[in-house]
Structures are given as structure tokens and as C-alpha cells.
Design a protein around this ligand. Structure first.
Ligand SMILES: Nc1ncnc2c1ncn2[C@@H]1O[C@H](COP(=O)(O)OP(=O)(O)O)[C@@H](O)[C@H]1O
Ligand SMILES: [Mg+2]
Length: 276
């Protein structure tokens, strides 16, 4: 050993500060890729393990070489062994995921307002319930919620208590209309609608594991932010398109079909409402 300074782990760690991750622009010690516990000394031999965030790091060998050089330059070091490891950190999940507690999510949509989406959604939920299924109903029409009135609940009745699931006619129902007094408008831009939909899907305790057979989602008209968010944030079993016999309504329904096909949401079928 030359010099009279004893080789320490601290000195090795300090030397490793010369090694930078070119992508992150910082040294591997401050990035937490290596710490004192990763350094072993045995006489004049040094062993270090460096843990990257991905085994596919393109500069991995370059970093190993730099680390070896930096440590070999320390007085009292005869040999260096650098092990490159990787611990891939999970990122926050993005993309469609199942709604907890829900076995099947059925969306009710159309490109038009007033064709009977909400009517169909409520009656579909009640019909499934009457067959003995366990059913939830989510009003995803955040700016024009009609589910409270259709379930015979006074709009805004949860204004003081905060939004929660209401059991009504055997359904578990949630609507922003439970919070808003009648006639109150919610004016939200797209991103906020997306956040709102995500929270209603994933922050509402719809049920224990597999408890709800169906969650019926009443969408607002149009190929809107709400429909897009639903398809992007939740695993949708399929969508029911509602139309009327009116040629313009059918034209719009076909647009809705193409929209959901693009989002890879299966089309369960179409309902021609008001066909008398
Ligand atoms: N088959 C039907 N027969 C008669 N009235 C209907 C029928 N379907 C819906 N309605 C009525 O039409 C109006 C619009 O229906 P709604 O379900 O709110 O449509 P959307 O949700 O598509 O805007 C409501 O007043 C509803 O009661
Ligand atoms: Mg509606």
C-alpha cells in the first residue's frame, strides 16, 4: 500500500462521484446508484456493485470502465471489480386497468344528446339487477348528470356530505348530480373531465374483489373527453350505442361506432330507441 492513508469505503465512494450518468446529467452517487453498502474492501482489492435503473442502459459498460479507472487511481488499490446491476423501478401505471370490484364495465354511448342514453343506461342496470346480477351505475355525464332524477333522487342531496355511493332500487349509483343543487352548471374543460372520470372509476369503492357483476356507465353525448378517458383509463367490456330511427341520429351513431373501434372498445350492439 503506498502512502500512509488507509483505503476506506468513503474514499471509494468519493471517487465514484466522478462517474456521471450522461442521460441524467448527475453523478452515480448522488443518483443513488451506489452507496457505502455496495462497496467491499479486502486488502488492496475493491469490489463495488452499481445498480442502474435499467439493464438496457446504453452507457453501462462505459460507466463500469469509468468507475474502475476512478477507483484504480486511488492510492492503495491493486484491483477493482465492478458489478453492474439493475433494479427497474415501476412507474405510475398509465393505461386501461380494471375498475376494482367490477367484473364487467358496460358503457352506454351515442353521438347525440336526447336519444335516450341515460334512459337506456338506467333501465339496462335495473334489468340486469332484476335478473339477479349485482350492478353499479356510474353517471359519467359530469356536466349534465340526469341519473339522480331518473332514480328519483333529489339533485344535490349529498351537497353537504360529499359524494358517495347510493343504494337505490338495488343498484349502487354514483352521480356528480348528487352533489350539485338543481340548475347548477359544471363548466369543466377536457383535462378536468378526464380527471373526474378517472376518480369516479378508480376512487369510488365500487365493491370488494369481483363483487359487482356489471358497472353500467352513462356517457355524455358525443365522442367526448369523457368517452376518451373511459376507454383510456378503464378496461371496458363493451359499449352499447343508442340511436333513434332518425337518419341524422343514425349517421352520428355510426361515428360513435368508429370512434370506439379506434379506441379498441368492443361494440356490444346498438339500440334503436324511440322507434315508434
Ligand atoms: N323510448 C322512449 N320513449 C319516450 N321517451 C323517451 C324514450 N327514451 C328516452 N325518452 C325521454 O327522452 C328524453 C331524453 O332521454 P335521455 O335518456 O335523457 O337521453 P340522453 O341521455 O341521450 O341525452 C328524456 O326525457 C327521456 O325520458
Ligand atoms: Mg344523458
Amino acid at each position: 500500500m503506498d502512502g500512509d492513508k488507509k483505503l476506506t469505503k468513503e474514499a471509494v465512494l468519493e471517487a465514484l462521484r466522478q462517474v456521471h450518468d450522461p442521460d441524467l446529467g448527475r453523478d452515480i452517487v448522488s443518483l443513488g446508484f451506489v452507496s457505502l453498502e455496495d462497496i467491499a474492501l479486502c486488502g488492496d482489492q475493491v469490489k463495488v456493485s452499481i445498480t442502474l435503473t435499467t439493464p438496457a442502459c446504453p452507457v453501462r459498460e462505459e460507466m463500469r470502465r469509468q468507475a474502475q479507472e476512478a477507483i484504480l487511481a486511488l492510492p492503495g488499490v491493486a484491483s477493482v471489480e465492478v458489478e453492474m446491476k439493475a433494479n427497474v423501478r415501476p412507474t405510475g401505471f398509465r393505461g386501461p386497468r380494471p375498475v376494482a370490484g367490477v367484473r364487467n364495465l358496460i358503457a352506454v354511448a351515442s353521438n347525440k344528446g336526447g336519444v335516450g342514453k341515460s334512459t337506456v343506461a338506467v333501465n339496462l342496470a335495473l334489468a340486469l339487477r332484476n335478473y339477479g346480477a349485482r350492478v353499479g351505475l356510474l353517471d359519467a355525464d359530469l356536466t349534465g348528470p340526469n341519473v339522480p332524477t331518473m332514480l328519483g333522487l333529489p339533485p344535490g342531496f349529498q351537497a353537504d356530505k360529499g359524494l358517495s355511493i347510493v343504494e337505490r332500487y338495488g343498484l349502487r349509483a354514483v352521480s356528480l348530480g348528487f352533489l350539485l343543487p338543481p340548475g347548477t352548471a359544471v363548466i369543466w374543460r377536457g383535462p378536468l373531465i378526464g380527471t373526474g372520470i378517472r376518480q369516479l372509476l378508480h376512487d369510488i369503492p365500487w365493491g370488494e374483489e369481483g363483487e359487482l357483476d356489471y358497472l353500467v356507465v352513462d356517457l355524455p353525448p358525443g365522442t367526448s373527453d369523457a368517452s376518451m378517458s373511459l376507454a383510456q383509463d378503464a378496461t371496458v367490456t363493451g359499449v352499447v350505442i343508442v340511436t333513434t330511427p332518425n337518419a341524422v341520429s343514425v349517421e352520428d351513431a355510426l361515428k360513435a361506432v368508429s370512434f370506439f373501434e379506434k379506441l379498441h372498445v368492443p361494440i356490444l350492439g346498438a339500440i334503436e330507441n324511440m322507434s315508434y
